[in-house]
Ligand binder design. Structure first.
Ligand code: FE
Ligand code: FE
Ligand code: MG
Length: 171
């Protein structure tokens, strides 16, 4: 644990920061797996564009898990050691893909990103002016999650517009 590094944290219990970071850590692993498996099972129109996006997001979520775990350790905490704990600590849960269609998969993923944005926005509010280092890390992750939502929404809009156009041309 970094003693001097942690002495600059003011107005916050370090144990509370660790608790919240471990919840985000659980979210990141579940998000990673959700993207990983979605990229495998997805079916339908323009799926190649979706797979490229899902695989990139999976890599980003794993990188976020790394960033959060490293910060938990710096604070003197222990990242969750058992995957079973991901389900009891998660904020955003896990959306098992039930329908493998591109549109449904993108809808599930957009919901996940919107939840992640709320979580990191909350963590930024909690740490602003109190724990500068955690604030910086959660702000970087927040920017990624905002980009993720936008990427998926843009793809969703393109695909649904394309489907609407095809239907119009058939009629
Ligand atoms: Fe993430
Ligand atoms: Fe994300
Ligand atoms: Mg992307």
């Amino acid at each position: 644990m970094a003693r001097r590094g942690n002495s600059i944290i003011k107005g916050l219990e370090i144990s509370d920061i660790i608790t919240e970071l471990n919840k985000a850590y659980a979210d990141e692993w579940l998000a990673y797996y959700q993207y990983f498996i979605e990229a495998k099972v997805i079916k339908g129109i323009m799926k190649d564009a979706a797979i490229a996006e899902l695989e990139q997001h999976a890599a980003d979520e794993l990188r976020h898990a790394n960033m959060v775990a490293d910060r938990i350790l710096q604070l003197g905490g222990t990242p969750l050691l058992n995957p079973k704990d991901w389900f009891t600590h998660t904020n955003c849960g896990y959306e098992e893909p039930k329908d493998f269609d591109v549109v449904s998969i993108l809808e599930d993923s957009i919901k996940g990103e919107q939840c992640a944005i709320s979580v990191y926005s909350g963590l930024a509010d909690m740490t602003r002016d109190k724990d500068i280092v955690t604030y910086d890390i959660v702000s970087q992750i927040l920017a990624d999650e905002v980009e993720h939502e936008e990427d998926l929404q843009a793809l969703f809009d393109d695909i649904t517009e394309f489907i609407t156009d095809i239907k119009k041309n058939i009629n």
